[in-house]
Ligand binder design. Sequence first.
Ligand SMILES: C[S@@+](CC[C@H](N)C(=O)[O-])C[C@H]1O[C@@H](n2cnc3c(N)ncnc32)[C@H](O)[C@@H]1O
Ligand SMILES: O=C(c1ccccc1)c1ccc(O)c(O)c1[N+](=O)[O-]
Ligand SMILES: [Mg+2]
Length: 214
Amino acid sequence: TGLSRPQRMLKAVQKNATKGDPQSVIAAIDYYCRHKEWAMNVGDDKGPILDSVVSEVNPSTALELGTYCGYSTVRIARLLSPGSKLITVEFNPAYAAVARQIIAHAGLQNKVTLVEGGSGDLIPKIKEQFGITSFDFVFLDHWKDRYLPDIKLLEDCGLLKKGSVLLADNVICPGTPEYLEYVRNSPRYKSQYFQSYLEYTKAEDGLEKSVFLG
Ligand SMILES: C[S@@+](CC[C@H](N)C(=O)[O-])C[C@H]1O[C@@H](n2cnc3c(N)ncnc32)[C@H](O)[C@@H]1O
Ligand SMILES: O=C(c1ccccc1)c1ccc(O)c(O)c1[N+](=O)[O-]
Ligand SMILES: [Mg+2]
């Protein structure tokens, strides 16, 4: 049956992107997904919004839930200051294998720790395994029904502090109604919606930025 979609994406990166150049990796993936075959990367409409929030927060510690092929991992890691760390979580081993190669092609492997496993299993182990006391920034982009349970888990594990920023993809399409209701009505969060488009399409989608108030 040949190569998988992630493997075809990896080939496009290896063919068209310059090793050690994150911007060319991002451009190669966006070109492939816009002109050859759609894939569920945050993409080049929402990507600049992600970039602006990451740059504003300038996190020392960052967490990404849902790696897939590593597109948003590269977007985030390329903006991190020296010594900052991004942990990204992916429970599909085939996707994780492709992501490692794409992250390496961008030359960002020293800034990124890719953990294979489920977010629900990993989050409670983060403090002991990585010596991280809290996250400055969290990008939520895994299965949409996991957003709410996982932020509650982050709260309960004491991994959020006053000022921690959560940025959630797909709050309109496919949609995350329970998560939105929670962060928009909880006194513990200050939320803001950034309207955009579902990656590589004209459908509406957007990102929700929520600041933890402690
Ligand atoms: C939309 S894709 C991630 C896209 C990526 N953030 C980007 O923008 O390039 C969602 C990914 O989350 C993974 N995933 C879903 N639920 C998960 C969970 N509970 N723990 C870890 N990975 C999960 C899926 O296997 C899939 O690769
Ligand atoms: O759920 C889908 C989906 C549903 C149906 C078919 C393909 C993808 C999706 C669509 C756009 C996203 O940005 C995204 O993060 C996801 N996801 O899987 O997490
Ligand atoms: Mg998404």
